[in-house]
Design a binder for this molecule. Structure first.
Ligand code: PGA
Length: 256
């Protein structure tokens, strides 16, 4: 973390879990536990149908609510989709773009991710852009090429003055929901590479203002060592964000 230049962000990703009633109960439990998080921004990315309950339950707190996806068009014949302006009007601040599960199961390409990043920024949402390599790509030694390509395409056409509104999450696909975490060295190496890539595209001042998170089986045990690294500015937390005590412990680690 480097709080001098950028925000520390702990972002829970509930994925397809919790009904609106359950969402309300989970936020009610979490709220007092994480209310003292002074130094880190806490975001809960909840299913679309839970947004209303989560927004209500976090009113007058510093907890921000995010969505897990959006369409890149503002409106139109896209049955089943939700647009950025719809989310903004509700009070949503963040949106995940390009999560590996969306890339894998919903055919989201780098080009679609780029359109969504631009659309999110256009309507005032902060995109949390997920990038990361598969196990096969890591074993083939092409992690750097793969992640660099994803970052470059995702950020194509972003105006330099908007780059600080983008959050990047490095999520090695082999570590998501598997209990396998990247070592702090592996995670820091790729997060450093991501910052170097942003520096190459937008310059040093922009690069140091972007929060870069690690995601993939982050938990209360491994969070302190991952978050102690200069180029890891927080975490994207899946499984552990559904457990209030675990999520609190991670927020506490980020708040040190
Ligand atoms: P995990 O999920 O923490 O359960 O590995 C992370 C993510 O998918 O964002």
């Amino acid at each position: 973390m480097n709080r001098r230049y950028r925000k520390t962000v702990i972002a829970g990703n509930w994925k397809m879990n919790k009904t609106p009633k359950e969402a309300r109960a989970l936020v009610d439990t979490l709220r007092p536990l994480i209310s003292k998080a002074k130094w880190c921004t806490t975001v809960l990315r909840v299913p679309f149908v839970d947004l209303s309950a989560a927004l209500k339950a976090t009113r007058a707190t510093k907890i921000a609510i995010g969505a897990q996806n959006m369409h890149y068009e503002n409106s139109g014949p896209y049955t089943g989709e939700v647009s950025g302006p719809m989310l903004v009007e509700m009070g949503v601040k963040y949106v995940i773009v390009g999560h590996s599960e969306r890339r894998q199961y919903f055919a989201e390409t780098d080009e679609i991710v780029n359109k969504k990043v631009l659309a999110a920024l256009e309507c005032g949402l902060r995109p949390i852009v997920c990038v990361g390599e598969t196990l096969q790509e890591r074993e083939q030694g092409v992690t750097a090429e793969q992640v660099t390509k994803q970052v470059k395409i995702a950020l194509q056409g972003v105006q330099p003055e908007n780059i600080r509104k983008v959050v990047i999450a490095y999520e090695p696909i082999w570590a998501i929901g598997t209990g396998k975490t990247a070592t702090p060295e592996q995670a820091n190496e790729v997060c450093t590479l991501i910052r170097d890539t942003i520096r190459g595209l937008f310059g040093a001042r922009c690069a140091r203002s972007v929060s870069i998170l690690y995601g993939g089986s982050m938990n209360p045990e491994n969070a302190p060592s991952l978050l102690s690294l200069l180029n890891i500015d927080g975490g994207l937390i899946g499984g552990a964000s559904l457990n209030p005590d675990d999520f609190k412990a991670i927020v506490d680690a980020a708040n040190q």
